[in-house]
Design a protein around this ligand. Structure first.
Ligand SMILES: Nc1ncnc2c1ncn2[C@@H]1O[C@H](COP(=O)(O)OP(=O)(O)OP(=O)(O)O)[C@@H](O)[C@H]1O
Ligand SMILES: [Mg+2]
Length: 460
């Protein structure tokens, strides 16, 4: 066994015992006899694991945990808790502790826990390195589909791959619009240049315009410095105007001009800026209806839909479902480091029959949840649709698992759900979500990585 461990306890005899036990296992062990000393060592040393007593004079185990999560999100923390303080132990797990060891403990139990946590730490590091390499390589995810409509989508993508045409990508929420936009950019000659995404919804007109075109210093209250907009940031590359149907009318006029003349001014500025940007637009709105209602400019509508790519809802292309299930299942098994579990024939039938109002995104999260929580060797309809638990419900421990494994899964399901909910409340804005739940942004992001979550997954 290898790895560096810091043991923290204000009881000297326990420190000595733990140091002996863990050194014999092959770990490098250092000790700290107070929370204060622990913090100093965490700041300066590079440990893989901190085992800390919960109740200590002064800085206690919880504070050590909190600090450790900030200094190094990869650093695992295990709590030693006195008999009767299980509640606090659960609290600690919610704050990111990997496990807890109830006192008095027996040596075998301790060895097992430490070994398992340490393996997890080392695995996560390797895994992340691998993921970073892979995503750097391909830049976009595979789009899966066999239905005639999806084949047509692929053909269109191929046909326009090397052009600069503006594309309007339409479809209900979760149908894969962003994925298609990624494919269009990464297959275009602009692939090595920036790909900038801009969400046009849920912002005030002033903000949308300053995001798009940038602003000059003093353009409005709060504009304390000149700022470059997304159009400039995307120069030479591609700009995706996501949720373009929600753009304020006045902004639509400015956008149209920018598209036609390929130049614009920053907000509060009068110097024309020229850029070379390919524009993609996406929306889940019925733009024709918006045009009729006077909420969307007709001229902009025609300017955007030079190529009109419509992705139908999943319920209109059920032949894609088995392939998608297979795809997201394999992907989830890799991301969550779980053994692949097949769906029973019934479960697959239920998937094909289901209406999926949230489309592929909903299918993906149902399959991921099922893989994480299914107690048996196969995924059953009950695992997918069964207990009727809605997002935000406490996950239920699957029956028939050993305590440790059940707990691990429930904690992981809880964490996924908790983070997703927080992200959804803030439209995928990590900074805001982290702030709301009292986590540091870096820790929040780290946790997302561990759980295989992306901000796009949670954008709605
Ligand atoms: N054909 C597909 N093949 C594989 N994965 C898909 C496919 N379609 C969608 N997905 C997955 O489903 C999820 C949602 O896709 P995406 O974000 O592209 O949807 P969207 O149409 O942009 O949704 P929204 O309108 O809510 O922004 C993502 O995890 C994406 O990878
Ligand atoms: Mg999207």
């Amino acid at each position: 066994m290898s790895g560096r461990i810091l043991v923290v306890d204000d009881e000297k005899s326990l420190l000595i015992a733990l140091r002996g036990l863990l050194s014999r296992e092959g770990y490098q062990v250092e000790t700290a006899s107070s929370g204060e000393e622990a913090l100093r060592r965490i700041e300066t040393g590079s440990f893989h694991l901190v085992i800390t007593d919960l109740a200590m004079e002064g800085i206690d185990g919880m504070q050590v945990l909190e600090r450790a999560r900030v200094v190094d999100p990869d650093l695992a923390v295990v709590m030693i808790t006195a008999h009767g303080s299980e509640k606090t132990a659960v609290q600690a797990m919610k704050l990111g502790a990997r496990d807890y060891i109830p006192k008095p403990f027996d040596n075998d139990e301790l060895r097992v826990i430490v070994r398992r946590v340490m393996e997890g730490v080392l695995l996560r590091r390797d895994h992340r390195r691998l993921l970073e390499q892979v995503s750097g390589h391909y830049g976009f995810e595979r789009i899966v589909g066999v239905s005639p409509v999806m084949r047509r989508v692929f053909e269109t993508i191929d046909r326009i791959a090397d052009t600069d045409v503006t594309v309007l990508i339409r479809g209900e929420s979760g149908t894969g619009k962003e994925l298609v936009a990624n494919a269009l950019h990464f297959r275009s000659p602009r692939r090595a240049r920036p790909f900038v995404k801009m969400n046009c919804a849920a912002l005030s007109r002033e903000l949308v315009e300053s995001e798009l075109f940038g602003h000059e210093r003093g353009a409005f209250t709060g504009a304390i410095a000149r700022r470059e907009g997304k159009f400039e940031a995307a120069d030479g590359g591609t700009l995706l105007l996501d949720e373009c149907g929600d753009m304020p009318l006045e902004t639509q006029a400015k956008l149209l001009r920018a598209l036609q003349e390929k130049e614009f001014e920053r907000v509060g500025g009068n110097q024309a800026i020229r850029v070379d940007v390919r524009v993609l637009a996406a929306t889940n709105q019925d733009l024709e209806a918006a045009v009729r209602a006077g909420r969307f400019r007709e001229d902009l509508y025609y300017r955007l839909k030079v190529v009109d790519l419509v992705i139908p809802p999943l319920s209109e292309r059920r032949e894609d479902i088995p392939l998608l299930v297979d795809h997201v299942l394999k992907d989830a098994a890799v991301r969550f480091r779980r053994d692949l579990k097949p769906l029973t024939a019934d479960a697959l039938r239920a998937c094909v029959a289901h209406d999926w109002p949230g489309n592929v995104r909903e299918l993906r999260s149902a399959v991921e949840q099922a893989l994480l929580l299914a107690p048996g060797p196969e995924i059953t309809p009950a695992d997918l649709f069964g207990n009727g638990s809605a997002p935000g419900d406490m996950p239920i421990a699957p029956a028939g698992l050993p305590f440790r494994e059940a707990k691990e899964r429930v904690v992981e399901a809880f964490e996924r759900d908790f983070l997703l909910q927080a992200l959804r409340r803030h439209s995928g804005n990590i900074t805001k979500a982290a702030e709301e739940v009292g986590m540091y942004r870096q820790n929040f992001q780290q946790k997302m990585r561990e759980l295989g979550l992306s901000a796009e997954d949670a954008a709605r």
